[in-house]
Design a protein around this ligand. Structure first.
Ligand code: GAL
Length: 655
């Protein structure tokens, strides 16, 4: 199986989406000059080129792409070649309206934007396969080709008729009989029993709350359908070029795709990361996605897209202050990225993204954005040979599963304030601020290699997962779980007692009497800290080792936190400082230490192999004590005892 290292060949890939079809050919030569000056060694071509490649059904216009592939090769720039299937040409919707998706309200998603394709449409799939086949056949032997990029950010839903038929097929495969489906979906409720497969629909607009298991299965189905689109194209390119790695870019922590399953189908796991430069937790947000992607890749991964400056899809879009682009790029490398790429190379002058930054901004070569890109390119070239293909190892795993997320966001839940990614983010933040590096893991993965495993929230758990958690603790592991974990089985059926009995026993919970969600901004006093978002009326079992009680109010004296042996349960979301103290204390007892102790606030330390990355996320210079003597690979200087990092400064230290 080809790997990312087949494309990087000992370097860090540096470059981005290149959309030269938006520019006259003379600009291409200017682009190449600037790319070479900036150390760009990789471009992604063709992401949105379908109408240009196939201007009418069956036509093929490859001349312009031939010239570009040659131009890149002549200049030593590798090409990540995309299949253009995320944005079909207008003729497709006009001639084949069934290729257009419909939303839950039945509205058509017309052409004129992008991603207007139905994952279930046989016609769409036919045309997508044909253009992929033609591209693969034509460029299989081209020396510029380093990687395949299938589609772009698969993220569409379809509630239309063809999708409905595909949903029924998927359900038949899963359940076999209508009886089994009726049981799994709990259709005895509200008179929903199905007497015919034909009666089953996607969860379209309805008068009142929809069947939650139908919605859950529709999410599973959607992820699977998109994955089928991906693997169909992947198989075509892999047949032509078995030695060339294949990827498709994930959106960061996106709800629609079970990225664990998807990652298994990719040679290279890649992701797009766009933290808000103004967000106080932007760096942590990036770190979370980086940790997640590294874990999905089980090794080096590709930062496929980031922004060199502002994006243009937030309400207010801020540029990156001087130095931030470099810092966040090095943060990705620290956390395992072997490719630092952008959307996009040259900022567009037309189209919906003309105010979205590029590596070359409207200000051009003299602009600060390009000048900083150039500096970064030089630095990445300097450190590339040292970092690439090295692994980072973590002692702590955070468990995450899309099924649990999907089931947990249903209508009819007790609190809409509980936001799965926010809870995940809060737990990751606590460990990030304590400088404890974390992996993410699927809850069915082998966990025994971790000193501590945390479960911010897994509302839905299969029996296999429960057994996995029990075995982990039995084997000597330390487990910390947040609230709303183990509530439902895989059909989203509430487990007897409101939480699986085996888990209650594990944590020392005799009875979970009631859930007490908190209003927005409301807090609950606990002994030594305040809880937010949620609280629970729990009666502890006799075997419980330790509890931290709620103080005052309705839950006075009842346990907010319980521990039984090495298994902890936290029934509220402690405020950030308290969660940090709690988790770092448990981590220390479990033998999971921070990368570097005593770091100044805002400084992150990450190990990648034997290299130590130091990243100052603050705007003030800081001095960091460093053990032993190192060489800073960014400057070539020797560092003994301490190093000062400027505003947004970074160092890559080699012993
Ligand atoms: C990504 C997408 C790119 C571009 C970018 C803008 O979602 O893949 O094509 O639109 O966002 O931030």
């Amino acid at each position: 199986m080809p790997r990312l290292s087949d494309a990087t060949r000992g370097r860090v890939l540096f470059g981005g989406d290149y959309n030269p079809e938006q520019w006259p050919e003379k600009t291409w030569h200017e682009d190449v000059r600037l790319m070479k000056d900036a150390g760009v060694n990789s471009v992604t071509l063709g992401v949105f080129s379908w109408a240009k490649l196939e201007p009418e059904p069956g036509a093929r216009e490859f001349g312009w792409l031939d010239r570009l592939m040659d131009l890149m090769h002549e200049n030593g720039i590798g090409v990540v070649l995309a299949t253009p299937t995320s944005s079909p040409p207008p003729w497709m919707g006009r001639l084949h309206p069934e290729t257009l998706p419909r939303d839950a309200e039945g509205r058509v998603e017309w052409w004129g934007g992008r991603q207007h394709f139905s994952h279930s449409s046989a016609t769409y799939r036919h045309y997508a396969a044909a253009i992929t086949e033609a591209l693969a056949a034509r460029y299989a032997g081209h020396p510029a080709l380093t990687m395949w990029h299938i589609n772009n950010e698969y993220c569409t839903f379809d509630y239309g008729d063809e999708a409905a038929a595909a949903f029924r097929r998927w359900l038949r495969e899963k359940y076999g009989t209508l009886d089994a489906l009726n049981t799994a979906w709990g259709t005895a409720f509200w008179s929903q029993g199905y007497d015919s497969w034909d009666g089953i629909l996607p969860p379209r607009h309805a008068h009142y709350m929809k069947n939650p298991t139908q919605v859950l299965d529709f999410r599973r189905f959607t992820s699977d359908m998109l994955l089928e689109c991906y693997t169909a194209e992947r198989d075509i390119v892999a047949r032509h070029t078995p030695h060339i790695p294949v990827t498709t870019n994930f959106m960061p922590l996106w709800i629609g795709q079970d990225a664990w399953r998807w990652a298994e189908e990719e040679d290279v796991v890649s992701v797009d990361i766009y933290p808000d430069p103004r967000a106080p937790l932007g760096a942590q947000n990036g770190a979370l996605v980086q940790d997640m992607t590294r874990s999905q890749a089980r090794g080096p991964w590709m930062l496929m897209e980031q922004a060199a400056g502002p994006v243009n899809w937030r309400g207010v879009n801020h540029p990156k202050p001087r130095g931030l682009n470099r810092l966040w790029s090095l943060q990705a490398v620290a956390r395992g990225a072997d490719a630092v790429c952008y959307f996009q190379w040259r900022q567009s002058r037309q189209g919906a993204e003309k105010f979205h930054s590029g590596m070359v901004s409207h200000a051009g070569e003299q602009g600060r954005t390009y000048q900083e890109i150039k500096q970064l390119g030089t630095e990445l070239a300097r450190i590339g040979g040292e970092v690439s293909d090295r692994h980072s190892v973590s002692d702590v795993a955070i468990l995450h599963d899309w099924n649990a997320w999907w089931a947990g966001v249903q209508e009819g839940r007790l609190s809409t304030q509980v936001d799965h990614p926010a809870v995940l983010g809060a737990w990751h933040r606590a460990l990030w601020e304590a400088n404890v590096t974390t992996d993410f893991a699927h809850p069915e993965h082998a966990l025994s290699g971790y000193k501590m495993v945390v479960v911010p929230q897994l509302y839905l758990l299969t029996d296999a997962v429960i057994e996995n958690l029990l075995a982990y603790v039995r084997g000597g592991g330390t487990l910390v779980s947040g609230f709303l974990t183990g509530v439902a089985d895989e059909d989203d059926r509430v487990r007897p007692g409101g939480m699986d009995a085996r888990l209650r026993e594990l944590f020392g919970i005799r009875t979970l009497h009631e859930w007490w969600p908190l209003d927005a901004g409301e807090t609950v006093e606990c002994d030594g800290f305040r809880g937010t978002l949620w609280s629970e009326e729990i009666e502890a079992a006799d075997e419980v080792t330790e509890t931290v009680p709620y103080k005052g109010g309705e839950l006075d004296g009842l346990p907010a936190v319980l521990r039984r042996g090495r298994a902890w349960y936290v029934s509220t979301l402690p405020e950030p400082e308290a969660l940090r103290a709690l988790l770092s204390g448990i981590a220390a007892d479990a033998g999971a230490r921070p990368v570097l102790a005593g770091l100044p606030a805002g400084v992150e330390a990450v190990r990648r192999g034997e290299l130590l990355f130091l990243l100052n996320h603050g705007r003030e210079p800081v001095t960091v004590a460093v053990p032993d003597t190192h060489e800073d690979l960014l400057t070539g200087e020797t560092v003994t005892d301490r190093i000062t990092l400027g505003r947004y400064g970074a160092a890559v230290l080699k012993p």
